[in-house]
Design a protein around this ligand. Structure first.
Ligand code: CP
Ligand code: NVA
Length: 309
């Protein structure tokens, strides 16, 4: 059994194995209906318990389909329906119960500490379905999408990020280290990644660069990533933050500084950080990106359950 909490703590070779498995499985399902089970039925009878402390559309649905297609099932619980959420039961006892009834646990939470605590007390794998500091299932799936679209290893591509230094960017930075790709980050001054992330970046001096000018960040990019300026866990002055990002809007003029066939990706949901014109353009592959989460999360689950080929 293995947890899937932060990309930076998972060996590169395991991450690559997950991507290879996802590619094979996706290919084999070409004409399958959503709920049809993969021929090998690898997680037959297994239960994934999903818990959300914050909103989710894609993560919830893609994990539902992922475990179903592997032959298992899922139940989704809301934190405020549990004794834990109301403060009437300890995390350790809750973890024991989850491990008694379930085979895997997917958690979207406001607290990184809570994931670590669960990992300590669970005897089943835990998957981080988004925390304040990372969104690993999203980003591993995005690496898959990039390689699927560009038909080459991501290490041969120039990747740009325009936006806030948030959980998704942290996971993208971790994957730049794991998969060894060039990453240009474009964000306003004072919105650069936090110190613990800057410490990882320092180790990778030549491959990760930060620009306070969006045009420089996207220059010669093969792929531009973005995300909402305001994240679920943002508590500061939102109006000010949005104003501070006004020169970082992804519009047609900005993507003109990237390669002609640049791919635009966005984990969704979106805000005003990208124009409708770019979002619906032929460069935008956001729906393919969302769909691939099912395929990659299946292989993540197999990795966690010790069933990855
Ligand atoms: N991208 C993503 O994680 O979407 P949800 O918040 O809808 O799950
Ligand atoms: N950074 C965003 C990602 C949403 C999928 C958030 O945390 O809200």
């Amino acid at each position: 059994m293995k947890h899937f909490i932060n990309l930076k703590d998972i060996p590169s070779k395991d991450l690559r194995k997950i991507l290879i498995d996802a590619k094979l499985r996706k290919k084999k399902r070409k004409n399958f209906n959503n709920l049809e089970i993969d021929k090998d039925n690898p997680l037959n009878g297994k239960l994934l318990i999903q818990m959300f402390e914050k909103q989710s559309s894609r993560t919830r649905l893609s994990f539902y389909l992922a475990i179903k297609q592997l032959g298992g099932g899922t139940i989704t619980i809301r934190a405020n329906e549990l004794h834990l959420g109301k403060g009437g039961e300890s995390l350790a006892d809750t973890a024991k119960i989850l491990s008694t009834y379930g085979d895997g646990f997917m958690l979207r939470t406001d607290s990184d500490k809570k994931i670590d605590e669960f990992a300590k007390f669970l005897s089943i794998p835990i998957v981080n379905g988004l925390s304040p500091s990372s969104h690993p299932t999203q980003v591993l799936s995005d690496i898959f999408t990039v390689e699927e679209i560009k038909r080459k290893p991501i290490s041969k591509l120039n990747i740009a990020w325009i936006g806030d230094s948030n959980n998704v960017l942290n996971s993208l930075i971790a994957s730049s280290i794991k998969f060894s790709f060039r990453l240009n980050i474009g964000c306003p001054k004072f919105y650069e990644p936090k110190k613990f992330v800057m410490d990882w970046i320092k180790k990778k001096k030549n491959k990760i660069n930060i620009f306070n000018d969006a045009r420089k960040a996207v220059s010669n990019a093969d792929v531009i990533f973005s995300d909402k300026v305001i994240s679920l866990n943002d508590k500061g002055n939102k109006a000010k933050k949005i104003k501070d990002f006004k020169n970082f809007k992804i519009n047609k003029k900005l993507i003109g500084f990237a390669k002609k066939d640049v791919t635009f990706l966005h984990c969704l949901p979106r805000g005003n950080e990208v124009t409708e014109e770019v979002f619906v353009s032929k460069n935008s592959k956001v729906w393919q990106q969302a769909l691939n989460r099912i395929h990659v999360q299946k292989s993540i689950l197999l990795y966690c359950f010790g069933k990855l080929r």
